[in-house]
Design a protein around this ligand. Sequence first.
Ligand SMILES: NC(=O)c1ccc[n+]([C@@H]2O[C@H](COP(=O)([O-])OP(=O)(O)OC[C@H]3O[C@@H](n4cnc5c(N)ncnc54)[C@H](OP(=O)(O)O)[C@@H]3O)[C@@H](O)[C@H]2O)c1
Length: 308
Amino acid sequence: MEIGLTGASGFLGRHIIDQAIAGGDKVVAFSRNPRRQIRGCVRTQSFGPGLHLNGLGAVVHLAGESIFGVWTNAKKEHIFRSRVEGTRWIVKAIQGAPDPPKVLVCASAIGIYGDRGEEELTERRTTGAGEFLAEVSEAWEAAAKEATAAGTRVVSVRIALVLGSKGALAAMQPIFRLGLGGRFGKGDQWMSWVHVRDIANIFLYAAKTESLSGPVNGASPNPVRNSEFTRVLGTLLNKPTFFTVPSFLVSTFLPEQSSLVLDSQKVIPEKLLTSGFQFQFPSLNEALHDLLKPKVRPEPSSAAPSET
Ligand SMILES: NC(=O)c1ccc[n+]([C@@H]2O[C@H](COP(=O)([O-])OP(=O)(O)OC[C@H]3O[C@@H](n4cnc5c(N)ncnc54)[C@H](OP(=O)(O)O)[C@@H]3O)[C@@H](O)[C@H]2O)c1
C-alpha cells in the first residue's frame, strides 16, 4: 500500500516510516518543506492548503505544533490551529480526490479524557471538558470525522505518553541519572504510556484493519501510577528516587501544563485488545528495559507485580 504521512519528519513519523517499509509498504511524506528529503520515503509533497492525496491507499496524519515549550496564548493558538486547520486541509483533499484514500488514521491524544482519577477509560467513556488539551483533541477528532462523508474510514488514535529515544523519556532521563528523579504530587495519579514501536505499529494496524473506526486508545494495556513509573525508571537506572515535586509548585509555575504530569488517566486500549492487536511491550518494565539498554540490566520480574 502507498501511505501518505504528515509529520513524517517527526519522532513518531520516523518509526512509522521504518515499520511501514519493513512491512512492504511505500511512504509518501508530506511536509511544510516539500524540498526536504526524508529517509525511506518515495517522495515528499507539500503539506498545506491545496495538498493532493489522490491515489494513496491510506493517509496517516500526525502533523502539529509541538506541545513542548511554555504555553503562551500564541503557542496555544498554534497548537490548536495547526491540528484543526491541518486536518481540514486533509479532509478537503480527500473530498476533492477522484480516487481518495480508503482510510484516514489521525493522531489524537489521551488528554481528551481530562483528569479522571480511578476510572478505567475505554473508548466508550465520555471525554473530558474544560482543559486545553481536551478541547484541542475534541476539535481535532471532529475535524477528522468529516472525511467519513467521502466514504473514507476514519480512525483517531488517542496517543498516550510515548516512550522512546526522544520526547518525555529523553527529557526525564538526565534528571533521574543525576539521582534527582521523583514523583509528581502524591504519585497516585495513573500514567498511561506506550512504547514508540507499539504506537507506530498501532497506526499501521489501524490503517489495515477494516473493523476499526472512530476513537482508538493508543496506550499499553498496563497503565501505572506515577509513583510506580518513578520506581521502575529509578531501579533500571540504578538511581534513588527520593524527591517529590509538590503539586502546588507545578500548578503555580505551569498552571495549565501541570495537567500533563498531575492528571490521572487510566486508559485501557479496549478496541485494540478486542481486535486482536499484539503489543510487543505490554509492561513498563519491558518497555523501559528495551529503551534504556545496554546501560542497564532488567529488573527482576518479581519486582513488577503492580503493573496490571
Ligand atoms: N509523542 C507523544 O508522546 C505524543 C503523545 C500524544 C499525542 N502526540 C501527537 O502525535 C503527533 C506526532 O507526535 P511527534 O512526537 O512525532 O511530534 P513531532 O516530533 O513534534 O513532529 C511533528 C511534525 O509536525 C510538523 N509540524 C511541526 N509544527 C507544525 C506546525 N506548526 N504546523 C504544521 N505542522 C507542524 C513537523 O513536520 P514538518 O516540519 O515536516 O512539516 C513535525 O515533524 C503530534 O500531533 C502529537 O501531538 C504525540
